[in-house]
Design a protein. Structure first.
Lengths: 210, 210
């Protein structure tokens, strides 16, 4: 791929090279020269496809954001009890993150130095709020515990999901995206313990049982 | 603090300035010049305290690692059922992370370019394995669900805990470290759902109850 000297790129394939370079060097640390070398085509050939690196960034993070917002339009995210919709969204977030791994990785690393980065951060916050609203609705239904603040729970769940980009490698150790999505859904909704008791609840239960 | 021109630094206070600069600029991107400017003392004054920036890095990540490994020596981490010890360790990890926030943040960002960084990564892996062993023991006791692979569960739980460095700010919004530790312990061990049922289990339970 990197030996292709002639410009056989489409906007799509150029984007996939650019995202790889952005993730390796950081967006700020990437120049058009770096992109040109990685793609094996001249800078002017790149300018034939896009106005500059910021356009590549915008396209790349849009792909991740479209994937994430697309989840919220899916039937199971819109119909049914809030807790079921939330569980569906959490599972699908993991699948989208893994399916669009380099794009979501880039999105999560955006820091906000350019207009495009600030726009991406804003859209990420919108998405977080949509999920937090679902969690709030599930708590109002009494289906989700009330003793963890919604904002904090949302952050912790997103923290767990987003951390997957740090270690997941496609094809590595044969861990399918469905397995990871199942594991996240189980941990987030049912927890690690086999006896689903609060700390201390076991003692009370035993006491009243005797 | 930054106006102090005379060298009133101790190794401890110099370390706290260095860690702040490392976290802002990245360790690789930090020069002795940057450290000298941030501390408001000359480079030779810094060399009076330490051999160079790698020694500052070693001291800083040692502080984080000592905090984490110290947990494993505490009584509640050593005595009792594995699942209780694990829950204690998870809770204490959150407390140490928040209590030593800049040091743990630096530790989590270490990438492995120098000998000190590789040593720190190695120690982090040791710690991860110790926690994974505890999870394995709890699963063997039947206290922790067997349908999420230990290695994956460890990664996800560490992912949730480590993500706290991305948003936690001391004194911000009045969220105490104990509140965050409680929330993590509740989510990790008992999950979000108030009815602790597997997806689909509710339908079975209702079916058999009628």
């Amino acid at each position: 791929m990197t030996t292709a000297k002639r410009d056989t790129y489409t906007p799509e394939t150029l984007l996939s090279v650019a995202v790889q370079v952005f993730n390796e060097r950081g967006y700020d640390g990437t120049s058009m020269e770096h992109l040109s070398r990685a793609a094996g085509i001249s800078k002017s050939s790149i300018y034939h496809h896009v106005a500059g690196k910021e356009e590549l960034l915008r396209r790349a993070v849009s792909r991740a954001l479209d994937g994430l917002f697309g989840i919220l339009e899916e039937e199971h995210a819109c119909v049914g009890r809030s807790v079921e919709r939330l569980e569906y969204v959490v599972r699908r977030m993991v699948e989208v993150l893994i399916g669009e791994l380099p794009y979501v990785t880039l999105l999560l690393r955006v820091r906000g130095n350019t207009g495009t980065e600030r726009w991406a951060l804003e859209r990420r916050r919108d998405f977080d709020h949509r999920v937090a609203d679902l969690l709030k609705a599930a708590a109002a239904d009494g289906d989700v515990r009330g003793d963890v603040e919604v904002r904090l729970a949302t952050r912790l769940v997103f923290g767990m999901i987003n951390s997957i980009v740090e270690w997941y490698r496609p094809g590595g150790r044969g861990m399918a995206e469905g397995d990871v999505a199942d594991a996240v859904a189980r941990l987030v909704f049912a927890g690690l313990r086999t006896e689903h008791q609060e700390p201390g609840a076991g003692i009370r239960a035993r006491g009243s049982g005797l």
